[in-house]
Design a protein around this ligand. Structure first.
Ligand code: ZN
Length: 398
């Protein structure tokens, strides 16, 4: 295990992973370009500051214009407005939902604020669905936890809801101090459906999970903001920028004379090649500003509503995959995913891709996402899908 530190344009990136040197090499190449761009932007901002203009979405002027308005209550995890503040003053849930083909379609993923997709044994992915401002009457199928789940759930102060895990994982959960509601520890919050065979038939409702969890882990804290979010003006601005770029591209395609230099990276379709059975893709829907989710080329739907799952923001976070030393009941190796440290990311919002980096300084800290100028990226309010993609698998988009 190595720990690398890299000072870049005023902030420090740390990296804790087996292939840290590889990643840092990538960074250094990227940042030679980024540094030049960063200096240019800095000079521009200094000029802008002197002249009194505000270039970044004029947050100052917007604040002036809305100063008399009562501040809307928004969910700290998904950025959506909530009518009742009590909905966000409770402990988030982190529910482990399986993605074996026999588990599809799942239930309740559409009610989550944030969903992590992580690769497990045999190339099958599994979800960690974080619930706060919405409740799901039915969520699942619920399956076992993995070592990476502790790092992912901790900053949310979430109640980890799962069905067992390998003995070393259970030991790690217990020693971590995380709030834990394991079905195999005897809680009655889960039930088995007769519509599916075990182990693909364990479900739970979020209200019961939370009330049972509160018995052992009463929550009196405050849920920290997991992401920064765009306001309405920011969303409109991105829609305008996308429309302009699409128009430029269309003009170039109609008359391909001269060189076409895109100002932004249009991303109408995203392909995430986890494995054949868990190949994920997203298609951008201009009408709603959301990405529609597909698995193996067919719509990924919710069992309860029949509707297709969507993403307001898709975060592709490249992580180092290594061998954890833990095996599942079939003897297959459980991969370990390095989510503490830093690495490369791609943020897909409003039909565009922003090249980014992620940084999570410790288990307890949220992961933050920055553009190559060092600005923290603002997500689109709504469901955030975080796709943890092992280094070496390249996500493509067009
Ligand atoms: Zn929310």
């Amino acid at each position: 295990m190595t720990r690398n530190t890299l000072q870049i344009t005023g902030y420090v990136l740390t990296n804790r992973c087996l292939d840290g040197v590889l990643i840092m090499g990538l960074y250094e190449r990227r940042y030679r370009k980024g540094l030049i761009a960063g200096i240019s932007v800095l000079l521009f901002l200094m000029t802008a500051a002197v002249s009194g203009c505000s270039w970044f979405g004029s947050s100052e002027s917007k604040n002036k214009g809305t100063a008399k308005q009562p501040k809307a209550i928004t969910c700290p995890l998904c950025g959506m407005k909530v009518a009742d503040g009590s909905l966000i003053n409770r402990r988030p849930l982190a529910v482990k939902v399986e993605n074996d083909p026999a588990a599809r379609p799942q239930s309740g993923l559409d009610k989550a604020c944030v969903i992590y997709e992580e690769i497990t044994e045999g190339g099958i992915t599994r979800f960690m669905a974080i619930y706060l401002c919405h409740d799901a009457e039915v969520a699942g199928p619920v399956r076992s936890a993995r070592p990476v789940d502790i790092d992912l759930a901790s900053p949310f102060q979430a109640l980890l809801c799962h069905c067992g895990g390998a003995p070393p994982t259970i030991s790690a959960i217990k020693s971590s101090g995380i709030a834990d509601l394991d079905e195999q520890a005897g809680t009655g919050a889960y039930w088995r459906s007769r519509d599916r065979r075990a182990p693909h038939n364990l479900y739970a409702g979020t209200e019961r999970l939370r009330s049972d969890g509160n018995v052992k882990y009463p929550f009196e804290g405050e849920v920290g903001e997991a992401f920064r979010f765009l306001d309405d003006a920011g969303i409109e601005e991105l829609a305008r920028i996308r429309a302009e770029e699409a128009e430029r591209l269309a003009q170039h395609q109609a008359d391909p004379q001269g060189e076409y230099q895109p100002k932004v990276n249009l991303a109408n379709g995203i392909e995430i090649p986890y494995t054949k059975v868990c190949a994920v893709s997203y298609n951008y829907d201009t009408a709603t500003g959301r990405y529609l989710r597909f698995v193996r080329g067919v719509p990924h739907t919710d069992l309860t509503t029949g509707g297709q799952l969507t993403a307001d923001t898709v975060i592709v976070q490249y992580v180092v995959e290594s061998v954890s030393g833990i095996k599942d009941v079939m003897g297959a190796d459980t991969p370990d995913l390095g989510v503490v440290g830093s690495g490369r990311a791609q943020i897909f919002i409003m039909g565009q891709c922003i090249d980014a980096e992620w940084n999570k300084s410790s288990r307890q800290e949220y992961t933050r996402y920055y553009d190559y100028d060092g600005n923290e990226i603002q997500m689109k309010p709504g469901l955030v899908w975080v796709q943890l993609v092992p280094l070496g698998k390249e996500v493509t988009y067009q």
